[in-house]
Design a protein around this ligand. Structure first.
Ligand SMILES: [Zn+2]
Ligand SMILES: [Zn+2]
Length: 349
């Protein structure tokens, strides 16, 4: 029903916006606008975007990122309560993107679509983090070592795996300084150079929880920046002295170590009982043998809790107390270790 007159153009209209026809309404108001040119700086290495003076990490695809930037640059008149923005991109080269923007809106029941155009010009730079990384920057070194021995390859790999996981997790949650500058394999262990000191510290805490490692830190002056001293921190990470398979003497008991972490557990070879102790309480323990030194011999006979065993070196029959974990009845082959003057029977597994 056309029973209204537009007060500006005098046209008959069936419904009005703010009292005007659609054309007159749009002539008098800016529904949406966008700058003709949008400049953006993106890191060629990692895709981070420069916002003001800061670099913001970014893991979206280039085109998505450009679209997001266009959408955030569109200014919408606050009278629009209900609207949608869509962007179509065309690029002639990797540095220039032309964007066609459509703003769909509904104002007082009238559908209004506005078309806008912009051009995004991309400047490629290297962000602070990538240039630091490329320049071999590091804040801390974590030295993977062991107490009183050299850590084996497998142990070092386990710690390295843990480090890679922490680095990944931290990087993915937005810490761009979460990177490894270099890894140095040494005779006595592995040195890991890290971009972030706080991550180095986190690595040490996790290694302490997971592997029962101790760590000590020392700092060296690396230079001065903006009038302040810059220190590099070295963390000496020490894996426990004993590993699974070691046989130790601790408080006059002979213990076969089965697990070494924050707590050390194993088997008391004297009593046959399970053993568990805080690793840092084993300071005065000594390694006396290990499972690698085990020798097979014959269990000659078993009578109640007394057994006869052939000594693997003298071949003489000797009498021992039957350990709880020994299940043979005589004639079987068993594993033993010779520790000083005594013969110790090992469990079957
Ligand atoms: Zn009008
Ligand atoms: Zn970067």
């Amino acid at each position: 029903m056309k029973d209204l007159l537009c007060p500006l153009c005098g046209r008959l209209i069936d419904h009005h916006i703010n009292g005007l026809c659609k054309d007159c309404f749009l002539k008098n108001i800016t529904i949406a606008n966008v700058p003709q040119v949008i400049h953006t700086i993106i890191c060629t290495e990692c895709g981070a975007v420069k916002k003001g003076r800061r670099w913001e990490m970014n893991d979206t695809e280039m085109e998505e990122l450009i679209k997001e930037q266009i959408i955030s640059s569109v200014k919408i008149n606050p009278i629009l309560k209900d609207y949608g923005i869509s962007v179509r991109l065309a690029s002639r080269d990797p540095f220039i993107f032309n964007g066609k923007i459509v703003v769909n809106s509904l104002i007082e029941g009238t559908k209004i679509d506005i078309e806008l155009e912009t051009q995004v010009r991309v400047k490629k730079e290297t962000c602070i983090i990538c240039s630091r990384r490329a320049g071999g920057y590091y804040e801390a070194i974590v030295q993977i070592r062991a107490q009183g021995r050299f850590p084996d390859e497998d142990e070092q790999d386990q710690v390295l795996d843990m480090i890679y996981n922490i680095i990944d997790r931290q990087y993915n949650s937005g810490n761009g300084m979460s990177f490894i500058t270099k890894i140095e394999k040494l005779h006595e262990g592995t040195d890991v150079y890290l971009g972030s000191n706080s991550i180095a510290r986190q690595i040490c805490r996790s290694a302490s929880d997971r592997f029962g490692a101790n760590f000590a830190e020392s700092s060296t002056l690396a230079g001065r920046k903006d009038g302040e001293n810059i220190y590099r921190i070295t963390y000496s990470l020490r894996l426990p002295r004993f590993v699974s398979g070691d046989i130790i003497r601790f408080l006059d008991e002979t213990i076969l170590i089965r697990h070494s972490g924050k707590r050390t557990s194993g088997l008391n070879l004297g009593t046959g009982h399970e053993f568990a102790e805080h690793t840092n309480k084993l300071k005065d323990a000594d390694k006396v043998s290990d499972i690698g030194s085990a020798v097979s011999t014959v269990l000659i006979s078993v009578e109640d809790d007394i057994i006869q065993v052939m000594h693997p070196q003298t071949f003489q029959s000797i009498t021992l107390q039957k350990p709880a974990y020994l299940s043979g009845t005589g004639g079987e082959e068993i594993k033993t270790v010779v520790i000083g003057d005594s013969l110790v029977i090992l469990p079957p597994k």
